[in-house]
Design a protein around this ligand. Structure first.
Ligand code: ZN
Length: 111
């Protein structure tokens, strides 16, 4: 059996078990106290693959959400700064942030 990544939902330790009796379905479940995430399959190998892939998918979703949250925060900041009384130097700093923002947005749109 291969190494299992932590639970994609709570980060808890994953463990192998069999649903039903001895000849039941090979499964992996989260041993977390308040989590009951479980995956089953026909072989432990296939379930392990599914479990570890699920972990990667969920991590990517989390990173994407964090990025989108940061983009919204930066947009809000730029909006507020543009309405503040700033000197020329400070306005050039805002232009740098806006340029960075549009680069990240272009990459996001290309996904
Ligand atoms: Zn869990």
């Amino acid at each position: 059996m291969s190494k299992l990544k932590p639970c994609p939902f709570c980060g808890g330790k994953a463990e192998h078990y069999t649903i039903g009796h001895q000849d039941g379905y090979p499964s992996i479940r989260c041993a977390g106290k308040f989590c009951s995430f479980t995956l089953s399959g026909t072989t432990f190998e296939s379930v392990e693959k599914k479990w570890n892939t699920r972990h990667a998918d969920n991590k990517l979703t989390t990173i994407t959400k964090q990025r989108d949250g940061l983009l919204n925060g930066i947009e809000c900041l730029v909006y507020k700064l543009q309405r503040a009384q700033l000197d020329e130097y400070e306005h050039s700093a805002i232009d740098c942030i806006k340029e960075l923002l549009s680069t990240i947005k272009e990459q996001k749109d290309a996904e």
